[in-house]
Design a protein around this ligand. Structure first.
Ligand SMILES: Nc1nc2c(ncn2[C@@H]2O[C@H](COP(=O)(O)OP(=O)(O)OP(=O)(O)O)[C@@H](O)[C@H]2O)c(=O)[nH]1
Ligand SMILES: [Mg+2]
Length: 481
């Protein structure tokens, strides 16, 4: 069982963020939760905590433990100093609780001192301080959540946008788990039929033909691929994307940042080399969390400060999800299209032609047409001065990451790298099986690869997940969750 304690001990932790707040919650979970809590909470009704109706809130004095010694054999009333706070107590009898164990929560005032003292008292009364994510881990180990749902708890806490929250909610509801479980069941039943055939191979009995195996596997691989296709959108929606504004000096990168965020964030001058540091601003377009990063203009320079700025720009481009390569229409008109844009791959770059207000509409059309022909990719003409083209630019950025697959496959979206890797492994194993069928390989060989595919799917929901992977997943959580 878990290395961080026996599953039958009782854990406690502060469940709310550290700092001052209206309310702070301490959570206790495990078989002795009610017992431990009753040493720390004095109910105003003088009933025993374990006898309270489950899932109801009760007013109590929260007192420190151990209690003061009774003086002279006479039980002394609790002194003021031993009352830490007054608050509400709720007892949630297992299995109807988050962890499926007996859970007690104290809702106190949100003071760091109060919460620390209550937590210390719970520990003195027999609880152990919980590890990060241990409540959720217990929910998983007790079968209350599958692993993908447990991960969705963390995604819910960390959701940075409405979309991210919606995806986390679907996963928490079990949509991904069910989808994967159905595919895994289909694989396992195919495997059972193949293996039954192996047992009776002497008698020439077959439970499934090669053609049937192929058809089933192709259908399963197809369904896995559909979910895999959502991975890029899913990741972008969950973690947000970094869009870097780059290009030569003076082309209007900082002006573009300011126009896109509708604020005077970056300094704009007609002096080339104005921006040195990276300037970051967060926006949400179409539900997609985006960080725009303005950078120093790229050129040869002896100025050490500018050189550092240029280095940072290159690093930002390497780490970012998309670079807007800003080109100056005035310059293009004078000297033609700058050479640097030609080797750029569309996958990571969008070419933005700025300052189109200096061109006549006819000249602008022919410029863009010419550029698009030569670059073999779409050009986005804008003017930060008139605002022309900015909405189209925003749409072009978001539509690269928001694919239509978001609404297919019952709304199942992959946001997690671990899930993507497992689905990739499953597809690879299925493809190996399919090529074995093509080669007319022995039927025994098929079952090995199919077992791998089923195991890869099992890792997503946690039915075959190694302990070290579990440790890694739950260690990302905060204490108290
Ligand atoms: N006509 C016109 N001028 C613009 C436009 N956008 C920016 N400019 C001007 O271009 C000059 C440079 O603008 P910046 O935004 O500072 O350019 P930058 O690319 O950030 O420059 P560095 O930080 O030096 O690399 C300024 O004088 C702006 O007013 C535009 O759409 N039309
Ligand atoms: Mg600038």
């Amino acid at each position: 069982m878990p290395i961080d304690g026996s599953p039958d001990d009782t854990i406690c932790a502060i469940a709310t963020p550290v700092g001052e707040g209206g309310i702070g919650i301490i959570r206790i979970s495990g078989p002795n939760a009610a017992d431990i809590a009753s040493k720390v909470a004095r109910l105003r009704t003088s009933e025993s905590l374990g006898a309270l109706p489950t899932h109801t809130l009760h007013l109590a004095d929260i007192v420190s433990f151990p209690h003061p010694e009774p003086a002279g054999g006479v039980s002394q009333a609790m002194t003021r100093e031993h009352i830490i706070d007054e608050g509400l107590v709720v007892y949630m009898k297992g299995p109807r609780s988050f962890t499926a164990e007996d859970v007690v929560e104290f809702h106190c005032h949100g003071s760091t001192t109060v919460l620390r003292r209550v937590c210390e008292s719970c520990i003195a009364a027999g609880a152990r301080l919980a590890q990060p994510g241990e409540f959720t881990k217990r929910a998983f180990l007790n079968g209350r959540l599958d692993l993908s749902q447990a991960e969705a708890v963390l995604d819910t806490i960390k959701a940075k946008s409405e979309f991210a929250l919606a995806i986390a909610h679907r996963q928490l509801r079990g949509d991904l788990g069910r989808y994967v479980q159905e595919l895994r069941t289909a694989l396992l039943s195919l495997l059972a039929r193949i293996e039954a055939g192996i047992d009776f191979s002497d008698e020439d009995i077959s439970f499934v033909t090669r053609g049937e195996i192929r058809t089933s596997l192709e259908a399963i691989a197809n369904q896995i691929q559909q979910v895999l296709d959502t991975a890029q959108t899913g990741r972008a929606l969950r973690d947000g994307i970094r869009v870097v504004l780059a290009g030569p000096p003076n082309v209007g990168k900082s002006s573009l940042l300011n126009s896109l965020i509708r604020d005077n964030r970056a300094i704009v001058t007609d002096v080339p080399g104005t921006t040195r540091d990276l300037i970051e601003e967060a926006v949400i377009w179409n539900g997609l969390p985006i960080t725009l990063v303005d950078t120093a203009g790229l050129r040869e320079t002896v100025d050490v400060v500018e050189q550092e700025g240029i280095k940072r720009s290159k690093d930002a481009q390497a780490q970012g999800d998309l670079t807007l390569q800003v080109v100056d229409a005035v310059e293009v008109q004078k000297t033609g299209v700058p050479a640097f844009v030609f080797p750029l791959l569309e996958a990571k770059h969008l070419v933005v032609l700025n300052k189109i207000d200096v061109l006549t509409p006819v000249a602008m059309q022919s410029f863009c047409h010419d550029l698009e022909e030569r670059l073999r990719q779409r050009i986005l003409p804008v003017s930060t001065k008139t605002g022309e083209g900015l909405e189209e630019l925003k749409t072009a950025i978001t539509s690269r990451f928001l694919t239509e697959s978001f609404e297919s496959n019952d709304g199942v979206v992959i946001t997690n790298v671990r899930h993507r890797v497992a689905l990739d492994q499953a597809i690879t194993a299925i493809k190996l099986t399919l090529s074995s069928i093509e080669r007319d390989a022995q039927i025994e060989l098929l079952s090995v690869d199919l077992r791998d595919a089923a195991d890869a799917l099992g890792e997503i929901i946690g039915s075959v997940t190694p302990d070290d992977v579990l440790e890694r997943i739950f260690s990302d959580f905060c204490i108290g969750k």
